[in-house]
Ligand binder design. Structure first.
Ligand code: PNS
Length: 161
């Protein structure tokens, strides 16, 4: 069974993440979306909320499973018996950091490879940070996240849709 892991903060999940999930799920038998449970990052959404949002947004893809992890991604990948790490690349600015992490992970465990998918062009600008920035000022985020999430995000900033 070919299993891949797609890690991230997903705070919140965006159309860009969903695009990567849909495309990478087609390439493997099982795709595990692994959410980093890092309280140091002071996330907008709790880990429980992020798991629930990702489950809702991926329930149309049968071979996708949602989990969360603490600590090193490479350890999580090994525990999940995933041989591939999936990361999205939006622009050249992502590349340097992603390359460094991918190479570090491969030094630690050479059995696990990182595969980069280029983000679809319509989402190349998009990030969870941008969504939060726009939402924090009550701006329109309907182009960035599925409509079921819009209200949940505004709610965190006490805005009504
Ligand atoms: O969505 P993000 O914030 O870009 O995801 C980053 C993530 C979670 C993939 C990365 O921070 C990560 O893997 N963190 C876990 C710690 C780790 O393994 N770091 C890489 C080796 S230094």
């Amino acid at each position: 069974m070919k299993r891949a892991i797609y890690p991230g903060s997903f705070d919140p999940v965006t159309f860009g993440h969903i695009d990567i999930i849909e495309r990478s799920a087609k390439m493997v038998d099982e795709l595990v979306v692994a959410i980093l449970n890092n309280s140091a990052k002071n996330p907008l959404f709790s880990i429980k909320e992020r798991v629930s949002m990702l489950e809702e947004m991926t329930n149309h893809i049968p071979n996708v499973k949602i989990t969360f992890f603490d600590g090193l991604l490479i350890d999580c990948a090994r525990k999940m018996e995933a041989s591939i790490i999936i990361r999205g690349l939006r622009a050249v600015t992502d590349f340097e950091y992603e390359l460094q992490i991918a190479q570090t992970n491969r030094i630690v465990n050479s059995q696990i490879d990182t595969i980069f998918l280029t983000t679809s062009l319509e989402y190349a600008y998009l990030s969870s940070t941008i969504v939060k920035e726009v939402a924090s000022y009550g701006g329109d985020i309907s182009h960035f996240v599925p409509e079921q999430l819009v209200e949940k995000i505004y709610h965190k900033y006490n805005y009504k849709n």
